[in-house]
Design a protein around this ligand. Structure first.
Ligand SMILES: [Zn+2]
Length: 300
């Protein structure tokens, strides 16, 4: 079971602003238009990479960036492909009614998680305005995936890039399941250390595992393994910002290539690889079995 735990829904001409798309792709090999990820392209990419399920994210940054990928758009895609897609709502705590919008997205639209973009919204993840949103997520029993780390968006506020800002949230909401996106790149080591201090924290490997040298990825995973938190790390891509096929191949390489690993660290075992690639995501967000394969009840 392979789960990509960080995938963006969105269509270039319909959602993203040209300014945002240009800034986000300026230092990559992607053209801005390649952020276009309509349904057919997304499913084809998943099929090509052998990805069974994606956590598909809404993205509410309208107040600052002037656009959003709305909750109902994501919910509609997920409703069409319940066996492949699990939807995450997105709300901006800097606008009134955020907690109510989250509740409606989960209870009304069927979304199963929350994605937040604090630095894009020029807010700390520990800003008190998020707290009734976190309270609501806790009440609904859903995980919160927070952007942490660098972003090339020039509208974002770099004071709020650091994953260490989440420490206060972890302390104040010990029962809340939090996933730190991008392993807090470039603060990957402090991010792993943060996980060791707070058992409710998790992290995803999106962008980091796709673009950093393989030895850098291996070093971070070795540190996570040595710290006892490897089972709280989730493989992810950030598609369409990174290719799923290339990212799955790189993860396979980390099971095979001892040269990529620091001295004294073994490559990923099959068990570690399977947990990273989907086992941990499935444990975090128990995924409904595809309807077609559900066995009929043996009784009656
Ligand atoms: Zn992302």
């Amino acid at each position: 079971m392979i789960v990509d735990a960080h995938v963006h829904a969105g269509e270039y001409y319909r959602h993203y602003s040209a300014r945002f798309a240009e800034q986000m792709t300026a230092t990559t090999e992607l053209a801005p238009e390649e952020l276009d990820a309509p349904e057919a392209k997304l499913l084809a990419e998943m099929d090509a990479a052998g990805v069974d399920r994606a956590f598909l994210l809404a993205f509410d940054v309208a107040r600052v960036e002037g656009f959003s990928v709305p909750n109902d758009f994501v919910a509609e895609l997920c409703a069409r492909h319940p066996d492949r897609l699990t939807g995450f709502a997105s709300v901006d705590a800097g606008t009134p009614g955020a907690a109510a919008r989250l509740r409606e997205a989960v209870t009304g639209l069927g979304l199963r998680g929350l994605k937040t973009a604090p630095c894009y919204l020029r807010m700390s993840p520990a800003d008190r305005r998020w707290y009734d949103v976190y309270e609501t997520a806790l009440d609904l029993g859903i995980p919160v995936l927070m952007h942490t780390g660098y972003t090339p968006s020039r509208q974002a506020d770099p004071r709020f890039f650091s994953p260490l800002l989440v420490e206060q949230v972890a302390r104040d909401f010990p029962g809340l399941t939090v996933i730190l996106a991008h392993l807090g790149t470039p603060w990957t080591r402090p991010c792993v250390d943060l996980l060791t201090r707070h058992p409710n924290l998790h992290a995803d490997l999106s962008v980091f595992a796709s673009y950093q040298p393989l030895a850098t990825v291996a070093e971070a995973l070795a540190h996570a393994r040595d710290s006892g938190v490897l089972d709280r790390i989730l493989w992810a891509t950030d598609f369409p910002f990174a290719s799923m096929t290339r990212a799955t191949a790189r993860m396979r390489q980390l099971t095979e290539d001892p040269e990529a690993w620091p001295l004294g660290s073994a490559p990923l075992s099959a068990h570690e690889h399977d947990a990273l690639m989907g086992g941990t995501a499935a444990r975090l967000l128990p995924l409904a079995a595809p309807r077609a394969t559900q066995a009929p009840s043996p009784r009656r």
